[in-house]
Design a binder for this molecule. Structure first.
Ligand SMILES: Cc1cc2nc3c(=O)[nH]c(=O)nc-3n(C[C@H](O)[C@H](O)[C@H](O)COP(=O)(O)OP(=O)(O)OC[C@H]3O[C@@H](n4cnc5c(N)ncnc54)[C@H](O)[C@@H]3O)c2cc1C
Length: 393
């Protein structure tokens, strides 16, 4: 019997794993508690490494069909004065890196879902029991269904039940800022990811193709102050009125109501252990990271590709399931830790508040941007897929 996997959670990570396992012919079911797959949400950045995973698993073309290429990232201050420009195009020359893509989340979700055979995803699956023993795993749902398999994967997001059940409790850490995201028409015809750094707040404008502009924001706020920015269509723009660039003003001006605005607390999950016996965690369940590098979903996709490879080896009999899951963690942990740490640092710099601190930060960014070759080399190291050392495996 081929090795079978039960995945809890049908987000980007869970669907990616299901896709990776399906293409190597291993049976998989995905249990998703939502009654339908999310079609809401704003934009998403698929960095070159994420697109590298999608190139390898055959989904890149459908993802690119409704997206904008990620060619450059411009960083400006709150008045729109340029600080840095990172040109990704030299990194794409000769196929060194896969071309990054900027798109709507719903489209990404659709592409991941459409590649799966009917019967793989079980929606509205409310889990009432999770068990794992030396010989197999077992999941029961409220509807009375029982699923058995060889491996259980928790891809159930930042507040993972699988994590709580098998790896112990532990709340995500709130980092002191939250994000509001929405999509409006790209009236200024922006072609590049353009971010503005203010004082304790940032705005990013991301063209995602189809004449749409994804707007993401961050601002410092105590945890308990969640709702106020969404109380009216005026409250949110007012929180960002230090940004005087006309493109930012127009993006906020296009927001007729706050109905479609997604508000997320920025939190992290850091754990030393993501696998035990026949159970593993993947994506945000294992290592939710800050969004400052646009890499959380990318990390979940990389996890999925590596985990599927290890499960294929277990299926061939090269190793047993616990050894395969341990190898997955060993291959992923350092990479994820590096990205999470860099992402956290970018957030800390980006959320500075004092006038002097922000001025010094902007000077640092201006200075660092002049070392073009060093910037390009470090980007290439971070954004390669497979990572240079993994490519030899
Ligand atoms: C502001 C912001 C911007 C971001 N921008 C980017 C970006 O540009 N690029 C990028 O790569 N990443 C980005 N990320 C990160 C990215 O969104 C996440 O890392 C990614 O969605 C994680 O996917 P996941 O599948 O692990 O978890 P999730 O997307 O959270 O999916 C978990 C799924 O599990 C389901 N579920 C939960 N509990 C249960 C249960 N008990 N039973 C069954 N199902 C369950 C949920 O309904 C959900 O469908 C951003 C994050 C934030 C907060």
């Amino acid at each position: 019997m081929p090795l079978s996997t039960i995945v809890v959670g049908g987000g980007i990570g869970g669907l990616s794993l299901a896709h990776e396992l399906s293409i190597v012919g291993l049976p998989v079911v995905v249990l998703e508690r939502a009654p339908k797959l999310a079609t809401v949400g704003a934009g998403i950045i698929m960095n070159p490494n994420a697109m590298g995973v999608l190139e390898a698993n055959g989904l890149a073309a459908s993802v690119r069909s409704r997206s904008a290429p990620y060619l450059a990232r411009e960083t400006l201050d709150h008045r729109g004065r340029p600080l840095a420009r990172r040109d990704y195009r030299p990194l794409y020359a000769d196929g060194r890196l896969a071309v990054g893509a900027l798109l709507h989340r719903a489209h990404l979700q659709e592409c991941l879902h459409d590649g799966l055979l009917p019967g793989v995803i079980h929606l509205d699956a409310r889990i009432v029991a999770l068990d794992a023993g030396p010989d197999g795993v077992r999941v029961e749902t409220e509807g009375g269904e029982t699923f058995t398999g060889d491996v259980l994967v928790g891809a159930d997001g930042i507040r993972s039940s699988v994590r709580a059940r098998f790896f112990g409790a532990g709340e995500p850490e709130y980092l002191g800022y939250r994000s509001h995201r929405f999509v409006v028409p790209n009236r200024d015809g922006l072609e590049h990811f353009t971010e503005f750094l203010g004082h304790g707040r940032r705005v990013g404008l991301v063209p995602i193709g189809g004449g749409q502009l994804y707007v993401w924001t961050t601002f410092n706020s105590p945890r308990e102050s969640r709702a106020w920015a969404l109380e009216s269509a005026e409250a949110l723009p007012a929180a960002f009125d230090e940004f005087s660039d006309s493109r930012v003003r127009r993006a906020f001006g296009a927001l007729a109501s706050t109905d479609g605005v997604v508000c997320t607390d920025i939190e992290e999950v850091q754990r030393t252990s993501w696998a035990r016996g026949r159970v593993a965690l993947l994506g945000d369940a294992a290592h939710a990271l800050t969004p400052n590098m646009g890499q959380g979903a990318g990390m979940a996709m990389e996890d999925a590709a590596v985990l599927a490879g290890e499960l294929m080896r277990a299926d061939r009999g090269d190793k047993d399931v616990p050894a395969a899951l341990a190898a997955y963690v060993a291959r992923r942990q350092q990479r994820v830790d590096t990205i999470a740490r860099l992402s956290r640092q970018i957030g800390e710099e980006g959320q500075l508040t004092g006038v002097l601190a922000c001025w010094l930060r902007n000077r640092r960014i201006l200075r660092a941007a002049r070392a073009t070759e060093r910037v390009q080399a470090s980007l290439e190291g971070l954004l390669a897929w497979p990572p240079r050392d993994e490519a030899r495996r």
